[in-house]
Design a protein around this ligand. Sequence first.
Ligand SMILES: *Cc1c(COP(=O)(O)O)cnc(C)c1O
Length: 394
Amino acid sequence: MSSLMSEPGADGRFGEFGGRFVPESLMPACLDLEQAFKEAWADPEFHRELDDLLAHYGGRPTPVTQCRRLSEKLGVRVLLKREDLAHTGSHKINNVVGQALLTRRMGKRRIIAETGAGQHGVASATAAALFGLECTVFMGEVDTKRQELNVFRMELLGAEVRTVTSGSRTLKDAVNEAMREWVASVEHTHYCLGSVMGPHPFPYMVRELQRVVGDEARGQCREILDGADPDVVVACIGGGSNAAGTFAGFVDTAARLVGVEAAGGAAITNGIPGVLHGMFSRLLQDEAGQILEAESISAGLDYPGLGPEHAHLAAIGRAEYNTADDAEVLEAFRLLSHTEGIIPALESAHAVAWVARAAGTDALPKGSTVLITLSGRGDKDVAQVREIFGRARA
Ligand SMILES: *Cc1c(COP(=O)(O)O)cnc(C)c1O
């Protein structure tokens, strides 16, 4: 058996999860992409160029910050992997720069992407601008109204935003539409998927492009902790890419791995195995198998499923999955801001919320060391949180 979080077999399975559940018309595109990524990932020149871009454009390596005041308050030693300091304000840049580089290598001139809250759309438009690629972003009509500012950002970056009016007119439908467009334009278009989901090779490829987060953090933690690893490594889960990249760096250590889902989008905790968007994974569905809408204060965690590798890591017990509810997340948003001068993305605040809740219990005993991947910065969320808190309480 291959070791954990290595390359899956040709069927793209992580245990029973994953695979490639696509119509025949999409099969050649998936197979071509798998081959192209394999070759690129084995090519030192590809890595040299990617590393150079991530360093001089993306702002890598991002630091690991020791949280003195928060640690004192919680009675556990807290370290933060600072993806909030990467270009565009989150880990998403790692994925899109890698896929844009691959697009050019495949000789294609256009990328398409799906987006919910707009963050992956903005990241894709950013990478497209950097490489001079055409870019079309599919976004549900409901989301274009909720996230007008991000629609403008994408247009400013030179992308076309295509409004999706089918189904529930949200992220799930934007993915369906992007897949349809990919089939229709595959000779010159790459589908730049935003997380560790979809058909093989996307879950594997996006995890590999995000593993830089975990690989960097592991070395940085060992430097801080005199060669030791953290006891617990925590990351929030939407589709699961920042968590997968983080876990990949620590899966072969003794560190416990904890993923934190939004209580209203908890595909591990409340999901049922099923097929969506080309993968077999855990999904929120009703008794008839209809996909349910995820609901969270944090638009970036509003996906009704999660990446198949997480479903596998949960099934074999290598990673644990918990939830944080909106109230805890708002408290954590304030806590990190007050104690460390770091305003986290609401997504990332889920991971902080779990640590705040678990600190001092059996799940995270006093004196233990915990690394949290801070997937992004909270500037984008400040207006929303102000509405909820009201000016007086801030
Ligand atoms: C998009 C996003 C997420 C959720 O995506 P994952 O694939 O689960 O990482 C989390 N945090 C931030 C800041 C994001 O922008």
